[in-house]
Design a protein around this ligand. Structure first.
Ligand code: TUI
Length: 333
């Protein structure tokens, strides 16, 4: 089969030096050299998570990834990290290919990233931030809907992606709720030129997250995620468990932001690394219910784009005889 649909691949493929227009979510405590190199070797853009790690720990992970792949990969910088300044300086020294930012406005780092020749791709949750980022030199933006796992904004992907696509002329990458070819095709239809996928890669064979975390994703159904932290302005989507029950009840009783952060500290690590998915934060997107098995990262990518291609080739938009049910291939109305 030919590789893909021409338009979307050309833009993001040329920009990032990848075959498939797919970026792996840079999930804190999870996205390491094993997962990132597997995704890059599979033709997508693998991404390391800097999370809350100090610069030297991230530098070591970059070296480990470079030993495992010759293809481009990125680093996700979580802007709430206490180490964000030193991590950004180190990334410029290392001249990584791509920096993706999340959970904030990376405006003050844009100039140094550009000067180091690094592609800067902020995650945005609003049109306003997308426009500001485009003006300050971002190479693309990731428009992430609140279907996503982890730290989220308010808008859904369905509403956010087309509005961001209309507002900026740089490429828009869709994210939030995408785990198969239907999600990719939908994001393209909304104006995205590529996608970012997190939850599906959590169950990649090369993903080193705890087996308990993977099993919880595989067993999840559509209604199994919940958003904690809305009351303190830090909304985070996670799978429901004993910990989220307690957190939500603390929020109902009016816990303040500092006490809330203290209660949550370390909970992602214990789920991701120690496998305690009862007391830990099992961050995952609403699409977890669609994710049913472990597969190699390269197989996930191939399968998703085979599905996308199939949808593109068989599209038709009219019901009834001569339309969607019997028609195929032409895409005409
Ligand atoms: O960053 C993420 N997702 C994350 S980071 C993370 S680590 C963490 N651990 C514990 C508590 C909190 C975080 C887990 N998941 N996604 C990217 C993302 N960024 N989604 C939404 C946003 C976003 C939201 C608002 C970006 C910018 C923004 O507004 C900034 C502004 O100033 O306008």
């Amino acid at each position: 089969m030919s590789d893909l649909i021409d338009g979307p691949r050309e833009d993001i493929g040329a920009l990032l030096g990848i075959k498939y227009p797919i970026i792996q979510g840079g999930m804190a405590w999870i996205a390491d050299s094993s997962l990132a190199s597997a995704v890059s070797n599979g033709g997508g853009l693998g991404v390391l998570a800097a999370g809350n790690a100090p610069a030297e720990a991230v530098r070591a992970e970059i070296a480990a990834t470079r030993a495992l792949t010759e293809r481009p990969f990125g680093v996700n910088v979580m802007l709430l990290s206490p180490y964000v300044d030193e991590v950004m300086s180190m990334l410029c020294e290392e001249r990584v290919d791509v920096v993706i930012t999340g959970a904030g406005n990376p405006g003050k780092y844009m100039e140094m990233l550009k000067a180091a020749g690094i592609k800067a791709i902020p995650v945005v949750a609003s049109v306003a931030l997308a426009v500001r980022m485009a003006r300050s030199g971002a190479d693309a933006v990731i428009a992430e809907g609140q279907e996503a796992g982890g730290h989220i904004g308010e808008s859904t992907a369905m509403a956010l992606i087309p509005q961001v696509a209309d507002a900026v002329s740089i490429p828009v990458i869709g994210a939030g709720g995408i785990a198969d070819g239907r999600g990719i095709a939908a994001a393209f239809m909304l104006g995205a030129k590529g996608v970012q996928v997190g939850t599906r890669f959590l169950v990649a064979k090369e993903c080193t997250v705890s087996q308990q975390y993977k099993d919880m994703i595989i067993k999840a159904k559509d209604t199994d995620t919940v958003t904690t932290g809305r009351s303190v302005g830090r909304p985070v989507r996670v799978l429901k468990n004993r910990m989220t029950k307690e957190i939500l009840s603390l929020e109902k009783s009016g816990i303040d932001a500092d006490a809330f952060e203290q209660r949550l500290a370390g909970t992602l690590r214990i789920a991701a690394k120690d496998g305690d998915v009862v007391n830990g934060s099992v961050m995952a997107g609403q699409i977890a219910g669609l994710v049913k098995k472990e597969q190699k990262a390269a197989a996930i990518i191939r399968e998703m784009f085979e599905e996308t291609k199939e949808i593109y080739e068989n599209r038709s938009f009219i019901c009834g005889p001569g339309g969607a049910i019997s028609g195929h291939g032409q895409g005409s109305l």
